[in-house]
Design a protein around this ligand. Structure first.
Ligand code: ZN
Length: 78
């Protein structure tokens, strides 16, 4: 069996989600990004995934792990 590696950092991947192989850190970041999206939608009303990703990737307090995911998702949106 080939060992999967995280597509973002090269660490051993523990899960493949939506076509990404993710290490434990990036998996956590991925989950965080999605819960942040739900929270923002509740607060702001209409918010597309693409717009959310753009905003999230520009925020200075978005963590580096989360930014990796946001930027990759953003590329898929374009
Ligand atoms: Zn990783």
């Amino acid at each position: 069996m080939v060992e999967e590696i995280c597509r973002f950092c090269g660490r051993v991947a523990i899960k493949t989600s939506r076509g990404y192989s993710l290490c434990r850190y990036h998996l956590l970041a991925y989950d965080n990004l999605h819960s942040a999206y739900e929270a923002w939608k509740e607060r702001l009303g209409e918010l597309t995934w693409g717009n959310f990703l753009r905003k999230a990737s520009e925020l200075p307090d978005t963590g580096a792990w989360v930014k990796d995911i946001a930027l990759a998702e953003l590329q898929k949106e374009q």
